[in-house]
Design a binder for this molecule. Structure first.
Ligand code: SF4
Length: 285
């Protein structure tokens, strides 16, 4: 379940899936769902430790108390000018909640990321991890110029990521794997290609299954009404089979192709490796 349209998802619908080991809750600002606390409590009671992502709004005392009681961690999305980001982090950390910061990397934000890694602001002092997310061209304002692979700063960014020790951990979404394999010497055991349709499923607020939430931009999804249709979506639907076929059919001649498995099946333009390879080969960009 996810996105800031989560208000349409019924608690009863969500409970259909919370017994399954690959179920998850996330995305958007789910803490503003009217039954959010109840969902957290139910999820935990059924043996799953919930985590969620918030933009920092709607973190009421009740939500924070429930987060401490039931969640493993809370992720806060970083949005400039970062005042709401900082106060959300402080509110959660003051209650002893583990906090991760989600930071979207674009041609415009990468300089801030580098600066933060070199000179971390106070708000990062007690976080658990910063997770960098590769910008996807989707939503109300698609700006191709923001695509990270156009940035001249990628080399510096990955250098800073791997060369400076921090009090917090650093992670990436699987949409960034093509950059990690191209720019770093990260241990392959710590890298996993996109898991959409392989280890994870996204369920929209209107009860449709997708390999990942970004598929909504290009596919109508697989309707699920009960546990049988849920398993059928995962096991036999064309949409999920096609995603797996895509990852199995990687045809790139790059030596890292078996690690990134062709990259993103929806947005080939978010790949971070072309520029890296051309740079390594000394080809003008
Ligand atoms: S399908 Fe694309 S956008 Fe979705 S998780 Fe995979 S790489 Fe990211």
């Amino acid at each position: 379940m996810g996105s800031n349209r989560i208000g349409n998802l019924k608690f009863g619908d969500a409970t259909l899936f919370l017994f399954d080991p690959f179920s998850f809750i996330g995305g958007g600002n789910p803490n503003q769902h009217p039954e959010f606390v109840q969902i957290l409590e139910y999820t935990r009671r059924n043996g799953i430790v919930p985590n969620y992502t918030t933009n920092g709004r709607g973190l009421t005392d009740k939500v924070i108390k429930a987060s401490k009681q039931y969640c493993g961690a809370v992720a806060v999305s970083a949005y400039a000018p970062f005042t709401e980001t900082a106060s959300a982090i402080n509110a959660l950390i003051n209650e002893g909640i583990k906090v991760n910061l989600h930071f979207i990397l674009t041609t415009e934000t990468i300089a801030t990321a580098i600066e933060w890694l070199k000179h971390p602001p106070m708000m990062l002092e007690h976080i658990n991890a910063i997770i960098f997310l590769n910008y996807k061209p989707i939503g109300r304002s698609v700006v191709p110029e923001l695509l990270l692979n156009a940035s001249e700063l990628m080399g510096e960014f990955f250098e800073v990521v791997t060369s400076i020790k921090h009090t917090f951990k650093i992670g990436f979404d699987s949409c960034s794997v093509s950059g990690i394999v191209s720019y770093t010497k990260a241990n392959p055991n710590t890298i996993e290609a996109c898991d959409a349709g392989r280890f994870s499923m996204f369920i929209s607020e209107d009860m449709k299954a997708y390999p990942c939430s970004f598929y909504i931009s290009s596919d109508s999804g697989v309707p699920i009404t009960d546990r049988d249709s849920f398993f059928a979506a995962w096991q036999t639907s064309e949409l999920f089979q096609a995603a797996r076929t895509y990852f199995r059919s990687y045809d790139c001649d790059c030596k890292y192709s078996n690690m990134c498995l062709n990259g993103c099946p929806i947005f080939p333009e978010i790949r971070l490796c072309n520029q890296a390879r051309r740079k390594k080969e000394g080809v003008a960009l």
